[in-house]
Design a protein around this ligand. Structure first.
Ligand code: C2E
Ligand code: MG
Ligand code: MG
Ligand code: MG
Length: 284
């Protein structure tokens, strides 16, 4: 009976694997089709000066405008895109659309100081990256690239180091995303001379209840201060979070308490509504 159970278990297991493989295959085809039809678009989450709560910029976050499933958040499709080796194409699509949206806002008389886009390891490894970027239409100082700490900056990838150098020379800021959650050495990260460290929400969320978390954040702020690197906190979910993070010395805040990710067309009205009622920002 035990053997029978074991066999059933294995059968069940292989069936599950097979179903998952079919699922992934279907999703892979769907992602490729979506790329062809440019279904990957950015939404924007505003960022704010921790002291004045003025808008300092916006992060472009990819969404999949799926023909049947609606607007999808990137929990599964980024993995599939990575597996397919098309993350670079997806990032390029988001960047191009972000620059177009930026010009669209400007045409409406709205100046968003800066746009940040996420850049994958696959895109950073592209030896044509700097050339591709240099062909795009943007003003130096208005664009930032967020690099996640899981990119292996340590393993002396000359290609990546060169790319980052050239990107910076084009007037693009480098930011370390999800700082504190990866395994890159602090030294290799600081060697990239980032303009900002972005502390991940997993470290930011507990600051309200945990003195240890507050110490962690303030030590990141201190490292930044010593080296002339600013600190951005993401995952600012309440007015209390905003207050604490400001007091700990974070310069820029991003989170649901201040603004949710929103479509490009909603951004002008949101910013104008805020400008008229500065009291309604959550600060008391
Ligand atoms: P990330 O770059 O660290 O982006 C922040 C994530 O935290 C976003 O999730 C955002 O919606 C969410 N978030 C913002 N404020 C709060 C808050 O107050 N509380 C909580 N709980 N969450 C908050 P999203 O949009 O689902 O993106 C997830 C991740 O996907 C991003 O994390 C980034 O690593 C990746 N990603 C998104 N867009 C792109 C892209 O265009 N290219 C690449 N390569 N990666 C992207
Ligand atoms: Mg990011
Ligand atoms: Mg982040
Ligand atoms: Mg994060």
């Amino acid at each position: 009976a035990a053997r029978q159970r074991g066999r059933n278990h294995i059968e069940y297991f292989t069936d599950t694997l097979r179903a998952e493989a079919v699922d992934t295959k279907r999703m892979a085809d769907d992602v490729l089709r979506g790329l062809e039809r440019r279904e990957f678009i950015p939404v924007y989450q505003l960022q704010f000066d921790a002291r004045t709560l003025e808008v300092t910029g916006a992060e472009a976050l990819v969404r999949w405008q799926h023909p049947r499933q609606g607007l999808l958040t990137p929990f599964r499709f980024l993995e599939v895109a990575e597996m397919l080796n098309v993350m670079g194409d997806l990032d390029a699509m988001v960047l191009e659309q972000a620059l177009a949206d930026f010009r669209g806002w400007a045409a409406q008389g709205l100046r968003v100081p800066r746009i940040s886009v996420n850049v994958s390891a696959q895109r950073l490894g592209d030896d044509m990256l700097a050339e591709r970027i240099s062909r795009l239409d943007f003003e130096p100082g208005t664009l930032a690239f967020e690099l996640v700490e899981t990119i292996s900056f340590d393993d002396a990838s000359q290609q990546i180091a060169d790319n980052i150098q050239r990107i910076r020379a084009l007037g693009i800021d480098i930011e370390i995303d999800d700082f504190g959650t990866g395994y890159a050495s602090i030294l290799s990260l600081l060697n990239l001379s980032p303009r900002f460290l972005k502390i991940d929400k997993d470290l930011v969320l507990p600051v309200v209840g945990s003195a240890r978390s507050r110490k962690l954040v303030s030590s990141v702020v201190e490292i930044g201060r010593a080296l002339g690197i600013g600190v951005i906190a993401e995952g600012v979910e309440s007015a209390r979070h905003a207050e604490i993070l400001r007091d700990l010395g974070c310069q820029i805040l991003q989170g649901y308490a201040l603004a949710r990710p929103m479509p490009a067309e909603d951004l002008p009205a949101f910013i104008r509504a805020r400008a008229w009622q500065p009291g309604a920002t959550g600060e008391a």
